[in-house]
Ligand binder design. Structure first.
Ligand code: PMP
Length: 420
């Protein structure tokens, strides 16, 4: 097997806090000193182990989301958990209108703007309700009425869900569907049937379940030239020209943070036109006017996203992150394609996802089960395909270290040799 620790750490900014230093810097009030808290009083063996690189927590987590986070981010959050930067309280316990959280959310927004070169024409909003809530928020905000047409390109389960929800709040129609081809392809971008009267064209830039990813984006042919993208599962995995999009939205829990916060990047001129019966929490204007602090936001999730953004910037930004992602995905797809049909990725090569790699085994479902179980024994976890499609799926988001993919590839070769 390839040595797990040979690749360099992906996270560079947030250096490993010494567990001893982290514990001793925690200021507890005298009365609280007697409280027995395992995490503080007696750091576990795992917490004190000398981590050199992400992935050295003993397992590689291939989950599709919530997904693995950079180890350095978790360690920084751990060090700051009990006493956030000398405030004497956790960031979870303080007012979302206080100076500490205000600084944290502003820094998170500023760093995200830098990472994605978000132009001033666009708002950055930190929202709740998951990406699924955006399936209704988008048509409610961008369509004048439920009779307004909108175009949906359906390339997998998630854009299909978005399309179905949009039908409640717009006259959504199908610009293209990959259903007959079992969601393994995308159309040539010029052959999408677009309605010139549509309010927008909606795509899912990366289908998490089917592993289909746009490498380039369709040019919207509607009257306002509006393109909207659900980027939940490839957000911040590569540079994106944000100016091409009216709205980008993403649940954070794959590439940039924990579940609980959804990020929307919305062109400012689209804010303030919601249908009259739009719930206040779904109206982009509510959140744009209040700097994402209309109500209590998911403070801890936003804070973690901020740490991830710092980490991505320290890695050299999204061009560098994309380079690493291309390399990781490349060796996995190469291993599948070089297996002589033993492992099969059904997705057409030009649109294969860099983030979610689904594959099946020619020997059938029983062998897939055996593969997943044996991989788990080797500490490669959560490789089961989505319940709707079966098979195997390796989600290899930004925070999956190269060593995790190398270990998986070595295991695949070994498994094949043992089970010809
Ligand atoms: N869109 C995509 C592409 C997803 O992968 C997911 C979640 N897996 C969703 C939308 C729904 O996100 P949430 O669970 O945050 O509502």
């Amino acid at each position: 097997m390839a040595a797990a620790a040979t690749s360099s750490p992906h996270s560079m900014l947030l250096h490993r806090p010494s567990p001893a230093a982290a514990v001793s810097s925690i200021r507890l009030p005298a009365r609280a000193a007697k409280i027995s808290c395992a995490a503080v009083a007696a750091p576990s063996a795992a917490a004190t182990a000398p981590f050199a690189a992400a992935g050295e927590r003993g397992v590689y987590n291939f989950a599709a989301g919530p997904a693995t986070l950079p180890l350095a981010v978790l360690q920084k959050a751990q060090a700051e958990l009990v006493d956030y930067r000398g405030s004497g309280m956790s960031i979870m316990e303080m007012s979302h209108r206080g100076k500490e959280f205000d600084a944290a959310i502003k820094k998170a927004e500023a760093d995200l703007r830098t990472l994605l070169s978000v132009p001033d024409t666009h708002e950055v909003l930190f929202l709740q309700g998951g990406a699924s809530t955006q399936f209704s928020a988008v048509p409610l905000n961008l369509c004048a009425s439920p009779a307004s047409p909108a175009d949906y390109l359906v390339s997998g389960s998630w854009s299909d869900k978005a399309f179905k929800e949009a039908k409640k709040f717009s006259a959504a129609s199908l610009a293209w569907s990959g259903k007959d081809g079992k969601y393994t392809s995308l159309p040539p971008l010029t052959s999408i049937s677009q309605n010139p009267d549509a309010a927008f064209l909606h795509i899912c830039s990366n289908e998490t379940i089917h592993g289909v990813e746009f490498k380039d984006y369709p040019v919207p042919a509607n009257k306002s030239a509006l393109l909207v993208a659900d980027m939940s599962s490839n957000f911040c995995s590569k540079p994106v020209d944000v100016s091409k999009f009216g709205v980008i939205y993403a649940g954070a829990q794959k590439n940039v943070g924990p579940s609980g916060v959804t990020i929307a990047i919305v062109r400012r001129d689209l804010v303030g036109n919601a249908q009259p019966n739009t719930p206040v929490m779904l109206d982009y204007k509510t959140h744009a006017d209040n700097a994402s602090l209309y109500n209590t936001p998911p403070c801890f999730a936003i804070y973690i996203c901020g740490l991830v953004f710092e980490d991505l910037l320290a890695q050299g930004g999204l061009a560098e992150v994309e380079r690493k992602n291309q390399h990781k995905a490349g060796i996995l797809y190469d291993a599948i394609d070089a297996s002589g049909g033993y492992f099969v990725c059904p997705v057409e090569k030009p649109v294969r996802s860099l983030m979610n790699v689904p594959f099946t085994m020619a020997k059938g479902a029983d062998f897939e089960k055996k593969f997943i179980a044996e991989a788990a024994k080797e500490n490669m976890l959560q490789l089961k395909g989505h319940r709707s499609v079966g098979g195997v799926r390796a989600s290899i988001y930004n925070a999956m270290p190269l060593s995790g993919v190398e270990k998986l590839v070595a295991f695949m070769k070994d498994f094949q040799a043992r089970n010809p």
